[in-house]
Structure formats: C-alpha cells, structure tokens
Design a protein. Structure first.
Length: 191
C-alpha cells in the first residue's frame, strides 16, 4: 500500500468527523440529547460514543493511550448525562482527533496493533482505519436520520444540509407510500 492510500483514508476520516459534528448545528440541548429510537439513540450520544472508541482504536490499540480518562464500556458511552455539556463532549472529540491524527500520521499502514476485545486481536493500522471508517460512517447514517426526524434537515455535511421545500417533501413521501401500497396492498392494511 502507498502513502496515497493512507492519505485518502485519513482525509475520509477527517471529513466524516466534521459531518458528524455538523448534525448538532442549530439544535438546542434537548434535541441533541433526546432519545429518538427505542434504544435511546441520540445525536450527542453518538458523538460521545465515537470520541471514546476513536480514542481506543487509535490510542491503546497502538500503545498510545489517550491521555485522559475514558468511560468504561457498557452503554454509558451512548448517551450524555445532564452534567456533561455539549462543549465538553465536542471538545473531547476534537482532542481525540488530534491524538488519532498523530497516530495515523506517525505510523505506516502496516504498523501492528492489538485489539484485545476482538477475536483475532492482532491488526494493522490499515485494518483499524478501514474498520473505524466503516463504524463512523454507520453512525453518520444514524445521525442523518435522527437529524431529519428532528427538523427535516438533510444532507451530507454542514454545507449541504438543508430543509427541503415542505410541499416537495410531502409529494415525494406520497409517491413512495403509493408505490409501497401498490407493491403489497395487504401489507398496507397491517401498517
């Protein structure tokens, strides 16, 4: 693998981190913390979760532990208490970025690491980068849906995020609903 590969993967990580944070823009404290799924998924909790796991993957896995205490595993990383502030969570996430960036920049893609919580724990930086990019993109998709539920805003990042015309959105929704009913009229009666 080449330096171009590492640069590409690192640039993708930088971009998706910023996209994740953009999902908080313009929302109040309640909206960024409120559970929007049956399991309690919320925007600020996703940011907290990503900060913690990025710190672990690009820290302890490569013998470079993040210099601040991190919450223990067990679900406490997916939500934010009333005592934790948005600024604390976001600032920690950005400090994690700097720590992770130093690891990524300082190591080659074939540098060895050890993920003790994986069944096959011996890894390379390449494998961790690809795995973490998959994970963060998965959560970015969750954040897209949560943000759309909150205020209708949709888009990949701060520059493209907008609330589309309500009439256009209703028309599109109606067309998709019509197609679903046509495909399974009996199923529509169950919904």
């Amino acid at each position: 693998m080449t330096d171009d590969t590492k640069t590409y993967l690192h640039d993708e990580l930088r971009w998706i981190r910023e996209a994740m944070l953009s999902k908080l823009d313009g929302l109040g404290e309640y909206d960024i913390r409120r559970p929007l799924t049956a399991t309690g998924t919320n925007l600020l909790g996703l940011v907290k979760h990503l900060a913690i796991w990025e710190a672990r993957y690009f820290g302890e896995v490569f013998g470079r532990p993040f210099p601040e205490p991190l919450p223990e595993r067990g679900g406490a990383d997916l939500w934010v208490t009333e005592h934790e502030t948005r600024a604390e969570i976001v600032n920690r996430y950005q400090r994690v970025w700097a720590h992770s960036d130093a690891t990524i920049t300082g190591l080659s893609l074939d540098s060895p690491g050890h993920v003790p919580w994986w069944p096959s724990p011996d890894v390379t930086l390449f494998k961790v980068l690809v795995t973490f990019l998959t994970e963060i993109n998965r959560h970015a998709g969750h954040a897209d849906i949560l943000r759309e539920q909150l205020d209708g805003a949709a888009g990949m990042d701060a520059e493209s995020m907008s609330a589309p015309d309500a009439a256009a959105r209703q028309g599109r929704y109606a067309e998709i609903e019509r197609a679903a009913r046509a495909a399974d009229p009996a199923g529509a009666d169950r919904g």
